[in-house]
Structures are given as C-alpha cells and as structure tokens.
Design a protein around this ligand. Structure first.
Ligand SMILES: O=C(O)CCC(=O)C(=O)O
Ligand SMILES: [Fe+2]
Length: 275
C-alpha cells in the first residue's frame, strides 16, 4: 500500500518506490531513528558537494545537476548484513554472492564497509578487483545516471559482494544519492563526450561466469532508462523478484524486463515500457 492506495493502482510505477520508513524501536537499537536521519541528511549535503565536483570535472558549471535533484532528491540508505556462508555451500546456486554483479541505478553510491571484505569491482579489461576495506573511508561508486549523462565517458561501476566464509558477518551501510524520481537525465551536450558511447560499457565482462540472477544487469544487456524513477524501478524489480510477486500483483519480472498483467487480460503478460 502507498498512501492508502493499492500498489497496482499507482502509476507511474516509480511512485511505488516511496513509502514510510520502518524504523527499529528504541528498545531494539536506542536512538536508531535520529542517528540514521542525521547520517542521511549529512550524506545528502555531502553528495551534492561531490556532484558539484563532478560537474566541474566535466567542464560544466558547478550547479549543472541541481535541477535534477529539485526539492526532493531520491536518496536511500540501508544497513546490510551478509552472514558468512559455510564452505560446502560456496558456489552452489547463487550463494557465492551476497549481491550479484550489477551497477547502481542512480548518480552516486557511498559504501561504508566494515573490515571483513568481499566487495569487488570490475575493471574495464574484465577482471574483478578486491575493494579492500580502509578504515575512515567511503567507497564511491558511480551510477547509471552518470553513465547516461556523460554518454559513457564516466562508467557506472560494476560491482558485487562475494560472501565471506569464517565466523564473522560482513556489515555495510550503502547510501545511494539519486535525482528526483521524475527527473529526466539528458546527455550532456558537449561534443567531446558524444563519441564515448555507452552501448556496452563492459565489453570484456566475463558474463558467462555470472550467476543467472545478475546476467541481465551486465553490459549491453542492461538498458538504462532516462527517467530516473523508471531506471530505479527496473533495478528494484530485478533485485527483488519475490517482493514484486508479493506486493505488485500486476507486475512480473522476466528476463530482465518488467512486464505487467493486463487487467482486461487475455491470458498473458505484455511488456511494460517505462514512460
Ligand atoms: O554491501 C555493499 O557493500 C554493496 C551493496 C550494493 O552493491 C548494493 O546494495 O547495491
Ligand atoms: Fe550496488
């Protein structure tokens, strides 16, 4: 439900991505809500500063991206725990990855990871590189909206999380900084970027080694939608097919595409083309 309405009555689809936060009680974690709210506010101010630096690095005015945040940038934070996966299970049916290979859908992601390790990023020549934890630093990933804006001059960072073995869980706090859900991200009109090309950002990616879930997120198979909300909904639906099934009965994810059940319905599904 969103604002008392059933999900399947809410269009455009990306409006379903906003809803009330579910806070942990003070008994579970004291002061959880104010700590998280304070962190998110500081991160969003910081992110806007980094976006100004990115604009300057592209030879644009520092407020170039501001209109795409408007009064309501879409930022999100999560606290993720990756329990260790015992060795016999490694390599079995998706358990190798805590998060399969993907690029994030927005502008920037800041990851605060503990010292367990497991995060990897894909180099352009197709090798996975360990992103080693460094105390007191954020890992910063560029997202698909920056790749789209720069027509591939700046690539969205392909990354994944390999499950740890041993005793300790891995904890990570990703903060995702994005445009407004309804922002349409245009190519930056600078000719030197126009040939960069973003059709297949990772031509050497070892796609055949990827687990089934995640294949569709890679390289040429990953379509980037210019309206950020559409792009975010795409990523959400791919990453959480079970949630789509439970809470979005009019939708289905198939082969990396979001499809919806026609209400008048013959007996099938038709492709959903984001706005
Ligand atoms: O847990 C991490 O460090 C990364 C998580 C991630 O890539 C994601 O949630 O998009
Ligand atoms: Fe990610």
């Amino acid at each position: 439900m969103i604002n008392g309405r059933l999900n399947h009555l809410v269009y455009p689809l990306y409006r379903r991505l906003r809803g009330p936060n579910q806070w942990l009680s003070n008994e579970t974690i004291p002061h959880f809500r104010p700590i998280v709210e304070n962190f998110m506010l500081k991160m969003s101010t910081f992110s806007m500063e980094v976006m100004k630096c990115i604009a300057l690095s592209l030879g644009l005015s520092k407020d170039y991206f501001d209109s795409s945040f408007g009064h309501r940038p879409h930022y999100q934070m999560k606290v993720a725990r990756y329990p260790p996966v015992p060795e016999p299970e490694m390599g079995g049916n998706g358990s190798l990855y805590g998060v399969g290979p993907h690029t994030d859908s927005g502008y920037l992601s800041f990851l605060l990871q503990d010292d367990v390790g497991g995060l990897q990023a894909l180099s352009k020549d197709g090798n996975w590189i360990d992103v080693l934890p460094r105390r007191g630093t954020f890992v910063v990933n560029l997202g698909e909206m920056l790749q789209l804006a720069t027509n591939g001059l700046y690539l969205a960072t392909m990354h994944r999380v390999v499950n740890c073995q041993g005793q300790k869980s891995r904890y990570s706090v990703p903060f995702f900084f994005n445009p407004r859900l309804d922002a349409k991200v245009e190519h930056i009109p600078i000719t030197e970027f126009s040939n960069a090309g973003s059709k297949d950002a990772y031509p050497n990616a070892p796609v055949s080694n990827f687990p089934v879930r995640g294949n569709e997120n890679c390289g040429a198979r990953n379509k980037i939608f210019p309206i950020f909300g559409d792009n975010a909904f795409k990523s959400f639906a791919r990453s959480h097919p079970q949630l789509v099934k439970m809470h979005h009965p009019d939708l289905r994810e198939a082969d990396g595409t979001i499809v919806f059940r026609e209400s008048a319905g013959d007996n099938g599904y038709v492709l959903y083309f984001p706005s």
